[in-house]
Each structure stands twice: as structure tokens, then as C-alpha cells.
Design a protein around this ligand. Sequence first.
Ligand code: SF4
Ligand code: SF4
Ligand code: SF4
Length: 446
Amino acid sequence: MRASQFTFDPNRCTGCEACVVACWMEHRERQSRPWRAVHTFNAFGHPDLPVFHLSLACHHCESPACLEHCPAEAYTKDAATGAVTVHADRCMGCRYCTWACPHDAPKFDPGQGAIEKCTLCPERLAQGLEPACVARCPMEALGLAPLAADRPRAGVAGLPESATAPAIHIAPLRRPAPPALGQRPPASALGAFLPALLAVPHPKITLRGEWTLLLFTTVLGVLAAWLGAAQLGGPPLRPWAFLASGALVMGLSTAHLGRPARAWRALRHLRRSWLSREVAAVSAFLGLGALSGFAVPALGPAAALTGFLALFAVDRLYRVAFRTGPWNLHSAHTVFNGLYLLGLLAGISPLAWGLGLAKAGLYLHRKRHAAALSRPVRPWLALPRLGLGILAPLLLAASHPMAAAVCAVLGDLLDRGEFYGELEVPTPQLDLVAAMRRGIHEAGTS
Ligand code: SF4
Ligand code: SF4
Ligand code: SF4
């Protein structure tokens, strides 16, 4: 059997959704919600742009991001068929693969607390049959073909740019002439339905959904800074308080899982997954920190260093959902927060001032970036974030280091809260909205 790819011809697809129903009928015992979806471009029929449909599911990528990032090694790729399979019995429900996959293929089933997705119908392939969606498409718009190297990898609306090499070939659209409406509607008439046409889909990641991660990453930064400061003459570590906070950190991160009993699987993929590395580093940090506080003070420096390595791993995790340039530097980095706090608590003025000013600059840059992308800027948060989180701590550091630290943590909490609100993972829906914006801009009818 040779590795396969889906083929799709938008010139044939009528959007009937028979493929979605066929997939549901084939896998209804293990499908809590549809694995395949039909997306319509220009659903309201903007007269200058074509209307077409895309039937998409998992693309069984050649370099699957889901497989690379899953800490539990719940994904496998079959060398014979190319199918990428998620094994629900190995999934711990962290949902990180739903962030990592730019094609919105992994679906979280809250009932099972695990991920499910298109399987490429291996049982049917073994019998020489086509996948159910392909077999039931009345227009022969969907197909399955041997994997080809020459499929287009960029510039296809609905296929966000990524390094995953999706195994799908989408035929070029033979752009139909705009519908003959006689006189084109004036821009003022178009304006009435443009907001609906360009509505951005509900974000996948929200602060409300991820508040435990906000607390987890904040408390972790405070503990790393506190332990580090204790080594440098700052406030001494209180072992019981450290232990209680560490237990809180672990509890928060475990509560986030769909299947907390499988949390141990998080260490399965240290070789490639930053989530595995983060869990390993946090565990080592809390263990070493407690040991240094209760019994072996000489372990303090190693524990503090491990804490900052854990923060580095935390920041790496968010790269799939937040990009601000090649270095991806931003003011809500947990490493920056930890070092800033370390500078304040240990009385290292150059560190505190240097990072405080750098964080203020990066924060303002992030606001400018958000404004340029027409995203919410929330200027009313800038004053408390910069006043309470940067200015007050720097002025108070020499006389009241603890008060300065509390102000800094509150400011960083605000910043990180905003950061969670700005996280955005690419999806076909977002890519189609972006293509609509480009099309309307080029047509000059905005
Ligand atoms: S489409 Fe997403 S879930 Fe499917 S193989 Fe590619 S990265 Fe993995
Ligand atoms: S363990 Fe996490 S990343 Fe892996 S399949 Fe389950 S939800 Fe996705
Ligand atoms: S069954 Fe075929 S024509 Fe109908 S929506 Fe699916 S791909 Fe398109």
C-alpha cells in the first residue's frame, strides 16, 4: 500500500455536506462532533469574488505538528498509508495538539477528556475501499490519490501556511465571472453586509478557558525568582510556603487536563515536545527547590537555574500561538517576568531597571502591533500595567523591595492576562477570512 493524499476540486464541490454525513455514519460510535467540515468562501456572495466550498478534515501531513508537539506520544504516523492516528487511550487531554495543528483537525471530546480526529478510514483502506467521505461524494470533488511531491504548499485559501506539508492537493479555482448584477452595488450598500462576511471566528484560546494556565505560569515565575533571590541575599526561602505554592502549581497544571490520571504520560516525548520538557523541568525545579529549602541548601543555585529553564520551556510552548517576529520577544515572557522580579527582590538595580524598561518597550510595541492588525488594543489597561507593574516597582525597589515585588507581579499578571486574550492559532476559517479581506482590498470595494 502506498502513502496517500486527499485530492479536492473546489470547482466541483456543491457544499452538500454528504462527505460530513458519510464520515459521521462511518465513525459515529467514536465521533463526538464532526471530524470533517465544509467551509464556504464568500458565503454572502460578494459580487467581486467567487463563491466556493472547501471540504476539509485532517490532512495526514508529512510533518505532522500534532505528532511533534504531543507530550504523551498519543499520535503515530503509518508509513504504509501515511495516515496520522491519534490513540485516545494514550491521550491525557492537554489539548496542546489543537493549538499546534494549523488545520483545526484535532477535536477535543469533553466527555472522554481526549482528542479525536479523522482516521483516513484504515479499515476501509485495508479492504481496498476509499475513505467514506470520498466514496459518498456525489460530485467526485473529493478523492484519494498516491502521495505526490508537486502539490502546491502555499497560497491556497483555507490551508494556512505551515511547515506540516499537508497531504492534500487542492485544484486551482477556475474563477467564475462575478454574477451579472447589472450595476455593481455602491460601496455604501456593500458596507452593510461586510462585517458579517469578514467576521473573525470565535478564538480557539481565551483567557476564560485558560485561567489556570495564567495562574500556573505566574506562580511558577514568582517561585523561580524567589528561590533565585534567596541565593543572592534577597528574602530567604520559606520551605513550607514554597512547597505549598509548588503543590498549587502542580494542581493547577493537572486540573487543566481532560484526563488527569494520565498526567504521567506528559514525560513520554522529551525528545521533541516542549510540553514534555516543561513538565520535566517544573518537576525537577519543585523537587530541587524543596530539597534545598528543607535539607540541602547547596542545591539552591541548581534549583534556581532549573526554575528559569522551566520558564524558558513555558515560553517556547506559546510560540505556536503567538508570533511577533523571528525572536518572538514580548513583554509577557515568563523568563523576563522571573528575571525582573529577581532583580527587584535581590536588589540588583541594573537587572531590574534594564528588564523593566525593556518590558515597557516590548509592551508598547505589542500594542502597536495589535493596532496594525486591527485587533483590540485596550489602551485603558496600559496605565495600570505600566504604572503599577513597571514605574512603581522601580521607584519602590530600594526602600520597599517586597512592595515593589507585589506591584511587579500584579502588573505582570495584567500583561499576561492580555497576552492570553491575544493568543491565536491559525485555522482554515481564519485563513479564509484573511483571503476575503485580501480579495476585497484588491477589488477596491471595502
Ligand atoms: S492536519 Fe493537523 S492533526 Fe492532521 S496530521 Fe496535520 S498537523 Fe496533524
Ligand atoms: S496528550 Fe495532549 S497533545 Fe497529545 S493528543 Fe492528547 S490532547 Fe493532544
Ligand atoms: S460530498 Fe463532495 S460535493 Fe458534497 S460537500 Fe463534500 S466534497 Fe463537496
